[in-house]
Design a protein around this ligand. Structure first.
Ligand code: NAD
Length: 495
């Protein structure tokens, strides 16, 4: 079908200086010469190897972190804050190194990688500040017979499992609150993008984090890893970001030792544009909510619902924006859309497009891959997508804007909520009452109102329904790593 076959359109090539910069950072990490191969998704080239740990090595990491955790749990809040501030400063100092590394191993454009560094480092600064906030409080029982002291203590050794789409931010969003709360960690980054975690942890150690406290484990046997590690009695916490099916498996394992569990899982975000939206704001917001990270974001706009009267103008403007995006290596300043993570993702985008068109959608731009060794797919707009098509039912995780039309508020709320997921939702309207009422009715943990990028280190990020448990970022993100306890102090009646 010519509609979606690969085209030989020119792709933007990497700047050689940027490539050199990225490779110099990789050289500085001190990695083995064999193990799991890490590839550049823009070229298919192997850029490094990381250790392929077996279960024994993973349990050794647990033992090492556990030992280091005893002293860390007793460290003062100020000590933890100081170390996190120093790590933050190091990360900021190495912004360009991190951005080049992220772009090289994950494919996103440099400008977006810089944005991720800002977002990812913000968590370290936030938890450096949060670490010294009151770790307990004082209350009276209503009958006056006792005083209650609530105390917070570290939950214990935390196992952190992160995905490939935000290699720095997903790691710092977990490591920083864990350290602030007084917990040691074993972190297992995705094998597709492990280099950023190694580099960021190296910077943490240079900044003064005790070397044994953060253990990085990379393995091709993730099932065996979680089965061994989550059943180890020294482990008290698991925090996972990834797909819902893997989250379910990990929750099952975590139930064995009743581990504290945080699960940041998949999404299927509705984005709703009402007739009374500001068209330009809606197009800008949708563009960001959809194309940021090449659409490979758990909060990416998945089902775009546009009200009948504004729909033609909105679709025309969004299509024009998508058609202008420059596709190519992330390591080039002009690139607007980089490579997808692997060739399975490209094949999936082709299948989604084919399925949507077969079920009646109109392809307005894109819809094809490229004749290239890299994993590229064009920015794509599909209009009049049907609710039964795969793009509406599944998490797209790629650069396809799948547009549906609606007529009434009540109808769109029902359609938006008809999913097992509940991570993010978006509302575009200039009517404040409508914005808040619709936001209240959407079954999601996160709502963007007239904007497409709602995440912030100060916000309690997380989902409802099958999008997860727990929150990351904000004060709530720290509580995920704390046990709350209370002392009931009996009071003698005073004369
Ligand atoms: P994934 O579930 O395939 O993998 C995530 C991580 O889990 C990787 O490190 C992987 O190696 C590891 N893993 C896989 N099976 C495992 C097992 N049995 N035991 C231990 N670890 C295991 O997800 P992905 O493809 O890397 O990421 C995409 C998914 O992540 C999407 O569904 C996306 O929505 C979700 N995501 C969610 C958030 C959020 O905050 N809610 C953020 C980013 C991504």
């Amino acid at each position: 079908m010519s509609l979606i076959s690969d085209v030989a359109a020119p792709l933007i090539e990497a700047d050689s200086a940027s490539l050199k910069h990225a490779d110099a950072v990789i050289q500085s990490i001190g990695l083995p010469s064999s193990g799991i191969a890490v590839q550049d998704p823009a070229t298919g080239e192997t850029i490094a190897h990381v250790p392929d740990a077996d279960v024994e090595a993973a349990l050794e990491a647990v033992a090492t972190a556990d030992k280091a955790g005893t002293a860390w749990a007793k460290s003062s809040l100020r000590q933890r804050a100081d170390v996190l501030h120093a790590w933050y400063a190091k990360l900021v100092e190495h912004t360009e190194d991190l951005a080049h590394l992220i772009s090289r191993e994950m494919g996103k454009p440099l400008a977006e990688a810089r944005g991720e560094v800002k977002y990812g480092t913000d968590f370290v600064r936030w938890y450096a500040e949060e670490a010294v906030r009151p770790a307990g409080n004082f209350r009276e029982t209503p009958d006056g017979g006792a005083s209650l002291l609530t105390r917070r203590s570290p939950v214990g050794l935390a196992v952190l499992i992160t995905p490939w789409n935000f290699p720095l931010a997903m790691a710092t969003r977990k490591i920083a609150p864990a350290l602030a709360a007084g917990c040691p960690v074993v972190i297992k980054p995705a094998t597709l993008t492990p280099l950023t975690t190694y580099f960021a942890v190296q910077l943490a150690i240079e900044a003064g984090v005790p070397e044994e406290l953060i253990q990085v484990i990379t393995t091709s046997k993730s099932g065996a890893f979680s089965e061994a590690v989550l059943l180890d009695p020294r482990v008290r916490k698991v925090s996972f970001t990834g797909s819902t099916p893997v989250g379910r498996q990990l929750l099952k394992l975590a139930s064995q030792n009743v581990l504290r569990s945080s699960m940041e899982l998949g999404g299927n975000a509705p984005l709703i544009v009402f007739n009374d939206a500001d068209l330009q704001r809606a197009v800008d917001g949708t563009f960001a909510a959809k194309l940021r990270n090449g659409g490979q974001s758990c909060i990416g706009a998945n089902r775009i619902y546009v009200q009948d009267e504004i729909a033609d103008d909105f679709v025309a403007a969004l299509t024009e924006r998508f058609a202008q995006v420059a596709v190519g290596s992330g390591l080039a300043q002009q690139t607007g859309l980089g490579a997808l993570i692997d060739n399975r993702a490209v094949a999936q985008m082709q299948a989604y497009t084919q399925n949507a068109v077969a079920l009646g959608a109109t392809l307005l731009t894109g819809g094809h891959g490229y004749d290239s060794a890299g994993n590229f797919f064009a920015p794509t707009v599909l209009d009049r997508v049907t609710e039964d098509s795969d793009v509406a039912q599944s998490e797209i995780f790629g650069p396809i804007a799948a547009i549906q039309r609606f007529s009434s508020e009540a109808e769109v709320i029902d359609r938006a909520n008809a999913t097992e997921f509940g991570l993010a939702g978006y509302v575009f309207t200039e009517n404040l009452d409508r914005a808040l009422n619709v936001a209240d009715s959407l079954q999601t943990g996160i709502i963007g109102i007239n904007q497409g990028v709602p995440s912030n280190a100060a916000a309690p990020f997380g989902g409802v329904k099958q999008s997860g448990l727990g929150r990351e970022g904000s004060a709530e993100g720290l509580e995920e790593y704390e046990n709350i306890r209370f002392y009931n102090v009996a009071r003698r009646a005073t004369a």
